[in-house]
Design a protein. Structure first.
Length: 303
């Protein structure tokens, strides 16, 4: 073999080695960047005009691995994007609301968050009222319930917690709700209860609730209703100025379809995060893989 031929082969080998090394390095760099993106996907620095960040979850109280997986994702998110409020939308203790299970289904799963001063504001679900009509949960200090229905404020957000069970004191509760909504000066009004108004799961929408709540919400400018009961995630488009959001997959899931008014739905364990600004609420749904699987924006609507 002549000298020029050997030189060509030698240089070609070096070129192949170099290309291989460069390709490996580039692939490794891309892999590292992707890994960094995945691990930091919940870390989204808030803009300076952020008023409040809070979380919602429901149908949690099993004490099983699904609940712990969601709780761990909530804690992971909290470490990167601190929040101090969780809306707990019912079925807090399965199967029958037995308060003696509170350590297994609440205090232990959310221990890390509770130690950081995160406050849970609960309402009663259908499983919760099976023992003493849910009164032990109303009295339990960790759920921060002022009654079976109550209101509280955070910055420019006012929350209204409802008892949506069939045996609720509907006559007085609805009078109370309209009075509180009418006198509220809050920029943002958020109502939460256990049962859905609009839903695409096994129970579906509630015609009576649609008849009762939607005109009330429209009249007084309620921008958001949060609930559980259906074991899935679902976010509606704005319906007469109100977004209806289901976060009932806090421990288990059931199938969900897609309705005409559905913006996004998923049979996926997880929770929802809300970042409230003066003119909008940015919603992120987070799964147990700690990744965002839905993003939405709720615009400010005046009554």
């Amino acid at each position: 073999m002549n000298l020029k031929r050997r030189q060509f082969l030698f240089l070609g080998s070096l070129s192949a080695i170099g290309a291989g090394f460069f390709g490996w390095a580039l692939t490794r760099q891309h892999s590292q960047i992707a890994s960094m993106t995945d691990s930091a996907i919940a870390a989204n620095p808030a803009k300076k005009d952020l008023l409040l960040r809070f979380v919602s979850v429901a149908d949690t109280g099993t004490g099983a691995k699904g609940q712990y997986a969601v709780a761990e994702a909530m804690n992971f998110y909290h470490k990167q994007n601190p929040y101090d409020l969780v809306v707990l939308a019912g079925d807090n203790i399965y199967n029958n609301g037995e308060i003696e299970k509170i350590n297994a289904v609440f205090e232990r799963p959310y221990q890390a968050l509770l130690k950081q001063g995160v406050k849970f504001q609960a309402c009663l679900g259908n499983h919760d009222i099976r023992t003493d009509n849910g009164n032990p949960q109303v009295r339990y200090t960790g759920f921060n319930m002022k009654g079976r229905y109550y209101t509280f404020k955070r910055d420019r957000v006012q929350f209204f917690a409802l008892d949506t069970n069939g045996n609720a004191d509907w006559k007085n509760q609805l009078v109370w709700l309209e009075q509180e909504l009418s006198r509220s000066q809050a920029r943002w009004k958020v109502v939460f209860g256990h049962h859905p108004v609009y839903a695409s799961g096994i129970y579906g929408s509630n015609p009576e609730f649609i008849k009762t709540f939607t005109p009330l919400f429209q009249k007084y400018g309620v921008q958001l209703y949060i609930n559980g009961h259906e074991h899935h995630y679902e976010r509606t488009r704005s319906i007469n100025g109100t977004t209806y959001l289901i976060t009932g997959s806090g421990a288990g899931t059931r199938p969900v379809k897609h309705s005409d008014w559905t913006e996004y739905s998923a049979e996926k364990l997880g929770f929802a995060v809300y970042e409230v600004y003066p003119d909008r609420i940015e919603v992120n749904a987070i799964g147990t893989d700690k990744r965002v699987f839905d993003k939405g924006v709720i615009q400010l609507k005046s009554a």
